[in-house]
Ligand binder design. Sequence first.
Ligand SMILES: Nc1ncnc2c1ncn2[C@@H]1O[C@H](COP(=O)(O)OP(=O)(O)OP(=O)(O)O)[C@@H](O)[C@H]1O
Length: 299
Amino acid sequence: MAADASPTAVAPARPDPTGPGRHAGEAQGPPAAPILAAEHVTLRFGGVRALTDVSFEVRRGEVFSIIGPNGAGKTSMVNCISGRYRPTEGAIRFDGKDITRLPTRKRAGIGIGRTFQNLALFGHMTVLDNIMVGRHHLLRHGFWTGMPYWLLGAQREEIAHRREVEEIIDFLEIQHVRKATAGTLSYGLRKRVELARAVALKPKLILLDEPMAGMNLEEKEDMARFILDLNEEWGMTVLMIEHDMGVVMDISHRVMVLDFGRKIAEGTPEAVLADPHVRRAYLGEADEVVHDVDEPAVA
Ligand SMILES: Nc1ncnc2c1ncn2[C@@H]1O[C@H](COP(=O)(O)OP(=O)(O)OP(=O)(O)O)[C@@H](O)[C@H]1O
């Protein structure tokens, strides 16, 4: 691996968002209630075990990353949380409620947003329309229910709705392409629009599946900054799958490592990086010191 020269290099542990002066993992003060908990989750596809007895908690206000080699079960775990897959065994709790069997379409309404590993924008629609689509469930007035109130309630709601969308557009610095057709944008910009659409749902928890994939260094720096701002200024809890170890170590409060569908480590970036199991299984090292984590450890 090359020398560690990127701005996404390893940084000291981020302060624990759940308590002043504390670091994630330290046992001082009362532990914050988790916003999300996976309890003994197993997922099987026929004979394939994608996940085996995986348990973890995401605390309110933190950036929590899941890492692991290809096929380790990261996307399967996120799909269990978003409702795309239903665990074969175990449970998912969100905000204290068991959501294991809650249909996918209802999860946005309770505060879970997501972006996808492969872009899922409407390529023929404008950036603005793509983002507006994300907010539909937030509108109280539909076409029929809105009719009688149109001059008062619904119109005011529409104005407020647009104002918030414009705020998100400003925040993600995509004003210059707001009227452009999504399909014509560069990959980095489309990833940013996809993030904007997920943010427009005003989620309490946002699931990001490889937000940096396919990006150049500058685009990665921008995306890392947006994720940090979403977390610190907008108060969103972030659960992220990401292969770029430099980014993961830089912006995560805590990290969980999966290998062959099992959890092999969880803790602060430093603790996880120093874990011999992780170094063997994930970084492919025997006993040498890890000098650099800037390059993706897995393709
Ligand atoms: N829909 C499915 N049907 C059958 N097997 C699946 C399905 N989804 C995932 N798997 C299998 O489950 C295992 C975990 O896959 P998953 O995509 O969750 O891993 P991952 O860690 O996200 O990998 P990557 O980093 O390559 O995206 C793999 O063996 C995969 O082939």
